[in-house]
Design a protein around this ligand. Sequence first.
Ligand code: PLP
Length: 240
Amino acid sequence: MFPAVKILAEITAAAHRVGALMIWDLSHSTGAMPIDLSATDVDFAVGCTYKYLNGGPGAPAFTYVSGRLVSTVSQPLSGWMGHKEPFAFSLHYQPADAIRRFVCGTPQILSLACLQEGLTIFADVDMREVRAKSIALTSLFMELVERECAGHGLEIVTPRMAGQRGSHVSIACANGYRVIRALADRGVLGDFRAPDLMRFGFTPLYCSYVDVINAVRTLKQVLDDASWREERYATVLEVT
Ligand SMILES: *Cc1c(COP(=O)(O)O)cnc(C)c1O
């Protein structure tokens, strides 16, 4: 069993021992590492498809429900598509028997079409190779940031042990928000998370080592010439 899944299974078992159910948020792992839930006793999982599954902005979320629970759990966002007989137009709501009861209304077809293409790619992909590339990308990034950006007060807070991290790297930086904005203007898109974290995600299927090298080169530039000090980067935007 893949180490992260083993831990997930153990935590789930501990929850079960005290009579609790467990729901996992897999947004940052699906598509980035092997996550086979079939050998576990996981109750529920949710996640988004626009990160490592490459569904693009607005792509739909997903839900996993254990076969043990699927017919007894009701979901609060009941909708037409989750009805047992959507075209019977009966007056009383009756959920579909299986996982379809978790569907709400009419799905966003254009988003699903993009997601379908994103998922098709995975048919020929070995998730162990995806994970190996992910580790190589994040390791290279951390190594280069440490070497090239020394003296700028950056602190890599992501665990160095590969088994303890996913596919992104967080760096604490006092002026992190402005640095992230300056990077975005130069084509390197990271995230900012308060109070001071710059977060960089590496999608193994299309992120290359050259992308990593170029991103660090740009980061070094922005720090060396202090272009992050530009006044326009001081205004905090709604989405970071
Ligand atoms: C991206 C992400 C989500 C997705 O949330 P949406 O509402 O589907 O956009 C959920 N949880 C975590 C931890 C995430 O990183």
